[in-house]
Design a protein around this ligand. Sequence first.
Ligand code: GLU
Ligand code: ZN
Length: 310
Amino acid sequence: MQYIGRFAPSPTGPLHFGSLVAAVASYCDAKYNQGKWLVRMEDVDKPRELVGAADDILRTLEAFGFEWDDADVSSSVVFQSQRSDIYEYYLDQLKRDGYIYACTCSRKEIADSATIAGIEGAIYPKTCLLKPALQVSNMQTNGPAAYRAMVLDKNISFMDAIQGEVKQNLAIDIGDFILKRKDGLFAYQLAVVVDDALQGITHIVRGADLLNSTPRQIYLQQLLGFTTPHYAHVPVVVNAQGEKLSKQTFAKSVTPEIAPVLVFEALCFLGQNPPAETKNDTLSEVWDWAIANWRLKNIPRQKLQTYNTL
Ligand code: GLU
Ligand code: ZN
């Protein structure tokens, strides 16, 4: 079977140890399985982007010795910001098939309406779907509208290669979720599903912070007629205070000068038990060891894991 994996960073800041762990895990799993490994820049959310971060991430990956395959004949890396037309095409397909509806609610209107809590905040009470006037022609609303996917009251479950069986009922846990925002930007959930499918991704290895998003992505894959890839969610790195590494928690960016040590540390975090001497090896020796000895099953079955030496 052919294997195509990927690493899909958002350019909101430089690579830190948490993102390095996700990169190392997806890379080793792809290389160990003689697969391809693609890099995709998830810069749909332009307002959240840090200027220069995309370039910085790619240069850092290169300096760490990651070798990615070309995304297609014309580009080595796919940038989501250049793919609005493609996302629009699939949004239109969902529109035609009647799986989505326009929503003109403001944040305040939603906050003021009676809502039930889901796992990621309030469940949208379907106000716009239920408005009689809009029901007739809910695609011809005046002014800017967001588009929401209508979810079903049934379980979506999948077998995660690390976390085991994951089950979610989108109606109870999430609610009708946004695919395109009122400001015209496409949501991560739609962009990631379209890109994973068009790039032929077969295996997704990423941080467990995305575990709650996976059922939404599987649901969209079903609506769009895409194959569901295999999923493996690695533990998220948290600091001694239990906080996810990020700009907000002042996570240090990774420095290529000590790349072999950091890859070694990432392997330790991922339960790979590299021999202590590996720490002093050259970068290419560390990668050779990592790929030859990769064991997905040794990754701890945890959603969060502290890493203290950082
Ligand atoms: N761009 C997302 C992030 O950096 C990752 C998306 C994914 O791997 O599916 O959090
Ligand atoms: Zn609405």
